[in-house]
Write a protein that binds this ligand. Sequence first.
Ligand code: SF4
Length: 502
Amino acid sequence: MGILENAKHSAERAAVSAMADRLLKKLNDANDYSERTEIYLEIVDLAEKFYPEAKDKIASVREYVSDPNHRWMRMINHIIDDADPHYAKMMLLNLGYESFFRGTKTIRENRKKYNCNIPWLILFDPTMACNMHCVGCWSGTYGRKSSLTYEQMDKIVTEGKELGAHLYMLTGGEPMVRKQDVLKLCEKHNDCFFVAYSNSTLIDEELCQKIQKLGNLSFMLSIEGTPDTNDMRRGAGHYNAVMNAMNLLKKYGIVFGTSICYTKANVEAVTSDEFFHMLSEKGAHYGFYFHFMPVGNNAVPELMPTVEQRKYMIKRIREIRTEDNDIEFFPMDFQNDGEFVGGCIAGGRNYFHINSNGDAEPCVFIHFSNCNIKDHSILEMLQSPLFMAYHEGQPFNRNHLRPCPMLENPDLLVEMVHKTGAYQTNEESPEEVEHLCGKAKDYAEKWAPVADEIWASQTHKRPSYENYTKEKREHPELAAFEHADGSNHIDTDINAKEQANQ
Ligand code: SF4
């Protein structure tokens, strides 16, 4: 950004900050959730004034903001109730203003300008070190030694911001092993929001006090059902550590959610009414569910949910999200909610991952790369061959219940990795792409007819904005699974497309 642009941005942020103080006070003083509706509508009107170009997007926000019983509004109200006032303001500024409004605009411009995917979220692993040894954990398969330097993390955020990304998720490994550097990063980039996927064990009183002052670091805590199902996979005493962390975060008004990996062994335990109620009472009002992925040579493919269990997950998660459900927890399913984000979001379409060695991977589960943060910029990573193959191939399947080039369309990842010459990023225990995708073949074949039947039985609205290539937007029949000959491969020749784009 130039000097003038910087000054304009600072003045605008200061104005939004003053407004946020006033509006958050009104929200906290409101007698009930219905009284808050007027204040939310005031915020939406102000947003429209600031960003008239986002009129369409804002209109849909206005629709659900008007209804205090809407599931999103119930979740937001709980967050406002629980959050420390300064923390709530930082969320509004960094997630609302910087990421949602300014970021979206910049990202869309850059997608056109650079002809590649530009994400609104970047994941990176501060370290692969972890103080735990969970059964089937893919991150342990990288080995436990590598870490990003502070300077490399700073480079990721600085360059990501230039492209419009203001949301950063820290994975690993246990990110809190590097808590001093993470806090330093949050302090320097106080116009960004950071979320750490954590095992809870290193969250203490002193850390919470620091985060409360910063206001821009949140957590997704790993938990897997009852004390028994949780500790069976994560080790004795882990459940208690999560409870302790939740108590502390709630005490300091730090917003947090959960990160739950569902497996054949725990599907029921992590979706019971009791479990959801417990999470919401502890202060977690939203959470991500991740389908177990058989990644790594040590993976236990037997832990993959059965077809019946996956069907159950789709039904169960959606049932919890209906307005008449009294559970105050909003679950999101990374594998089954593709419909709301246009399918696979990896390869920088909405997000990508940089591992603790610095390799740029299209997805946290896909351990292949063409480049590294040590000698490439973020933009070069997004334009690297494997990321461009994602860009050209997405959506990998027009049935968004089968979004993944590895899990549900395993031939596609094999093809992309060979075509782009991507190297394996797991130095300690390299896994051939055929070995990885081979573990998903049987699963994909069994899931396909069931997923197609479910998809065909539902109605699906086509979004007004789809960040696929121009060809895919204008010709949805070009999607990978729709080849007339029934084959399942990527339809566009990457090199020819690159030349055409120049
Ligand atoms: S690569 Fe697979 S797991 Fe990763 S975002 Fe895409 S669909 Fe999801």
